[in-house]
Design a protein. Structure first.
Length: 264
C-alpha cells in the first residue's frame, strides 16, 4: 500500500464529521478524503434500490480515482442498505456504520430503548437482526426523524437551530406506547450527534444518548494498525453538489484539519 493512500470517509452529507472528529483523536495525521454526496441528500427518503445504486456507483468511481487504503461509509442509511453490495464489488476494506443497539441494551435501566434514525434506516432488516441479537429482552421503539438531518446540516452552517425545532422533529419517538419509559436513545444517523445538546434538552436529563462514532474510529484504527502514512499528504473534502454551497461549511471542515474543498 502506498504510504500516501488516504482513508475515504463517505456520507450523504456532513454527519460523518462526527466520525472524523473521533478518528482525528486516534489518527491525527492520517490523510483523509471526506466525500459528501450533497447532490443525493437526503438518503432517508429514498428507496432501498435508489440508495444502493447511488452508493455503489459513487464509491466505485471514488475508489478508482483516489485509491484509498480503506473506505468508511459514515452513514447508517447507506450502510444498512448497501454495505454488503459495496463489499462484494470493491476489494478495498470497508467499514460501515450501524445503529449502536448493543451498547444501548447494556446501558438501559428501564429496558426501553429508543432508536432515532432516518425513515429508511429504521425499517431495515439489518436493524431487526441487531434487535434480535442484542436487545431481544428489551423494548425497542423506532422513529424515522428525517427532519433532524436538515437541522444538523443547518447547525454546521452556523444557522440558528432551536430546541423546539429539534423536539418537534423527534417527538414521535416518545409519543409511542411505552415512550414514557425511555431512558436510552440510539442516534442512528451520523448527523444526529451534531444536535445532541438540543436533544438532551428536549428529552430531559434522565435520557442517555448513544452513537457509534467512537467505535467506528477505533475499528478503522485497528484495521490500519502498523501501516505507514506520509504525513505530508494533504486531506481534503469533495462534494457531489454545488461547490459554492459546500464552501459555506469551510469552518466546520477546518476544525478537523481540512482546508481544501473540491467538486467531485
Amino acid at each position: 500500500m502506498n504510504s500516501s493512500s488516504p482513508i475515504l470517509l463517505f456520507d450523504s452529507g456532513v454527519g460523518g464529521l462526527t466520525v472524523l472528529a473521533e478518528l482525528r483523536q486516534l489518527m491525527p495525521k492520517a490523510p483523509v478524503i471526506y466525500a459528501a454526496d450533497m447532490a443525493g441528500l437526503p438518503y432517508g427518503t429514498k428507496t432501498e434500490a435508489e440508495v444502493a445504486a447511488r452508493v455503489a456507483g459513487l464509491l466505485g468511481r471514488m475508489a478508482e480515482r483516489y485509491n484509498p487504503r480503506l473506505i468508511c461509509i459514515a452513514c447508517n442509511t447507506a450502510s444498512t442498505i448497501a454495505l454488503g453490495m459495496v463489499r462484494e464489488v470493491l476489494e478495498t476494506p470497508i467499514v460501515g456504520t450501524v445503529p449502536a443497539i448493543k451498547p444501548a441494551a447494556a446501558l438501559t435501566k428501564t429496558g426501553t430503548i429508543g432508536l432515532l434514525g432516518t425513515q429508511a434506516t429504521v425499517r431495515q432488516g439489518y436493524v431487526d437482526d441487531l434487535e434480535r441479537e442484542f436487545a431481544s429482552d428489551k423494548t425497542l421503539l423506532r422513529y424515522g426523524a428525517n427532519d433532524l438531518v436538515a437541522l444538523g446540516e443547518h447547525k454546521l452552517r452556523g444557522e440558528s437551530v432551536s430546541v423546539d425545532e429539534v423536539a418537534k422533529a423527534a417527538r414521535g419517538l416518545v409519543l409511542q406506547v411505552g415512550g414514557e419509559d425511555l431512558d436510552t436513545v440510539v442516534l442512528a444517523c451520523t448527523h444526529f450527534p451534531l444536535l445532541e445538546p438540543e436533544l438532551r434538552e428536549a428529552f430531559g436529563k434522565h435520557v442517555t444518548f448513544v452513537h457509534g462514532a467512537q467505535g467506528i474510529a477505533r475499528r478503522i484504527a485497528h484495521l490500519l494498525e502498523g501501516e505507514r502514512f506520509s504525513f505530508w499528504s494533504k486531506s481534503f473534502a469533495v462534494t457531489t453538489g454545488e461547490l459554492d454551497d459546500f464552501r459555506r461549511l469551510a469552518g466546520a471542515f477546518e476544525r478537523h484539519g481540512i482546508t481544501r474543498l473540491k467538486r467531485f
